[in-house]
Design a protein around this ligand. Structure first.
Ligand SMILES: Nc1ncnc2c1ncn2[C@@H]1O[C@H](COP(=O)(O)OP(=O)(O)OP(=O)(O)O)[C@@H](O)[C@H]1O
Ligand SMILES: [Mg+2]
Length: 243
């Protein structure tokens, strides 16, 4: 599904952020992308959808190489939910934001309305449809941003910190919902408890390169490894001091 080979990525100011990065993701997998602040997670997600093009190396999605020419095809297959939901919402109300992508594809309004109904129901945000996107709370913006992507039914979805801003119950609902969607998912997150619950595999990034990848439960419960990567164990595996 996704093949990344010897990827190097540098920002225009010369900052080399991804370094000889290679990994594969198979169809249907849920993979966690973890690593300390600044490790390069968001940069990697931006490169997969061609917001930044590789300086060296290659990215392939279903055998399509990500280049300037292939961007339209790539974006039909891949959706990305950004770290900051405000980057994703720009219409005056929630319904129009969620409908935007489908209208661009020329889908009929009654079909759009049907799809939107299904997606807002599964996210529990029906009541927000006629609200102004600018005036939502942080967590509501996050859920609407997720709806704008899922409504397109992409085969690969990249999530950048999907649980940030969410209250505990909304976070729990989102985790259950993500579990229920069977598209391929790559989830960049500091929420290691979510990664432990949801992911088959994790990729640990450190300074723009792969520090370790493998079975999520094995890696996330290895305290020495996690500390070497600048991380900690998931909360549910940490021993409390008074125990
Ligand atoms: N537009 C930019 N220009 C130059 N350097 C940048 C730019 N955006 C990010 N960087 C640098 O790239 C590195 C990786 O940033 P990135 O946002 O990919 O990290 P991250 O792993 O997503 O971190 P976080 O956990 O804080 O979200 C950082 O050192 C950051 O300073
Ligand atoms: Mg980030």
């Amino acid at each position: 599904m996704l093949k990344i080979n010897q990827l190097n990525m540098r920002y225009p100011d010369g900052n080399q952020v991804l370094n000889q990065l290679s990994f594969h993701i198979e169809t249907g997998e849920t993979v966690g992308l973890i690593g300390a602040n600044g490790a390069g997670k968001s940069t990697l997600l931006k490169s997969i959808v061609g917001i930044m093009l590789p300086e060296e190396g290659s990215i392939e999605i279903d055998k399509i190489s990500v280049t300037k020419k292939s961007l339209n095809k790539v974006r039909e297959k891949v959706g990305v939910v950004f770290q900051n939901p405000e980057d994703q919402l720009f219409m005056s109300n929630v319904y129009d934001d969620i409908a935007f992508g489908l209208r661009n594809y020329g889908m009929a309004e009654d079909k759009i309305s049907e799809r939107i109904k299904g997606i807002v129901k599964s996210l529990g945000i029906e009541r927000l449809l006629d609200h102004n996107s600018n005036k939502l709370s942080g967590g509501e913006k996050r859920l609407v941003a997720i709806a704008t992507i899922l409504v397109m039914e992409p085969s690969l979805v990249l999530f950048d910190e999907p649980t940030s801003f969410l209250d505990p119950r909304t976070r729990r609902n989102l985790i259950e919902m993500l579990r229920g969607f069977n598209m391929t998912k790559l989830i960049a997150t500091h929420d290691l408890d979510m990664a432990l619950e949801l992911c088959d595999r994790v990729i640990i990034l450190s300074e723009g390169t792969i520090f370790k990848q493998g079975n999520a439960k094995e890696l996330l419960s290895n305290q020495i490894l996690m500390e070497e990567a600048g991380l900690e164990l998931p909360f549910c595996l940490q021993k409390r001091n008074n125990e």
